[in-house]
Design a protein around this ligand. Sequence first.
Ligand code: PMP
Ligand code: GLN
Length: 385
Amino acid sequence: MKETNALFASFGLTVFEVMSQLALKHDAINLGQGFPDEDGPLAIREAAAKSLLEGPNQYPSMMGIPALRQAIAEHDRECYGLDLDWQKEVMVTSGATEALQVALFGLIEPGDEVVVMEPAYDCYVPMIKRAGGVPVIVRMEAPDWRLPMEALEAAFNGNTKAIVLNSPLNPAGRVFSWDELEALAELCLRHDVYAVCDEVYEHLTFEGHKHYPLMSLPGMRNHAVRIGSAGKSFSLTGWKVGYICAAAELMPVIAKAHQFATFTTSPALQAGVVEAMTNRMDFTRDLACSLQGKRDLLASGLEGLGFKILPTEGTYFLTVDISGLYDGRDEEFCHVITREAGVAAIPVSIFFDMNGPTHLVRFCFCKREEVLKEALVRLKKWLGR
Ligand code: PMP
Ligand code: GLN
């Protein structure tokens, strides 16, 4: 047989699938892959079910159903003061993952440099490479994970086409401040660089940390592409309904990438998300509040077991330092606790291209309190082995 695609053949299986399968095999509590153990509001699911039963069930417009695009534009106006033309500047995608892919495919020419800040969500670098781009990796450092402005200055040059920004940041939980974003915006504008902004955790921020879309900073309206996910905001991760907001000048080329990727997204799920974004934003606000309590429960429990806790300002995730408790690498630690303690987690080194830190582990806390408590009991028992 002839060779298949060398790039994809070179990758391993994504850590989220690996750890979820391992958790299933060992009947472990899955604090690895980020998904809640309680589904989002019944009213949202009912709206989707009604649409599924009553139709329409044929292809919607490739841009998404008008009601959802209008709801997204309205959401962005209310939350961020963004003034988006829903017909020209909003597109529904099959998850934020597809939005990331089509934004990168639409913007990048082979040979273009794309700056990625580590720790980075696992799909960015493969997507950039498949688009023919050259990832330029810049590192953020624990425990502060601040935007590394000096390193970014050094990384930007005449070949830089885009930067990928993830805020709130998976796995480190940073919510970048207005001041940090201002510095980044200045750099993007000075070099005429696009920012592909992964904002899937936009609403999951804690104690006054506010999320600002880079698109809302002065001058960035036409340089930033904003990506969100209904899965995260409404605890419906399996739905894979995402969206992308981009200036009217950029959207057509991104839409052309989308027309040859998925083309469209289930109309019933889109109808569900209309109900969500129009009438159920209070669920999202309550979710952030309850997640903050769960973060604290898990953090204090793990601290009591001897883990060093890194701060987390947003997302579903808590990062802990395992040094002092375990001699091996993060990856080995995650496999061992899944098998032996019955608790799964994600090694933070997978968010780095190479030579990442091997003493940090990510625990997901969007689980019922009794589940988090049981995970702590299991870890305690294992550590006392
Ligand atoms: N970006 C980040 C940072 C994520 O954590 C995730 C996880 N779901 C995604 C994108 C993908 O979102 P979706 O499930 O909507 O494709
Ligand atoms: N975003 C989720 C996480 O970081 C995983 C989603 C996926 O499995 N692709 O855990």
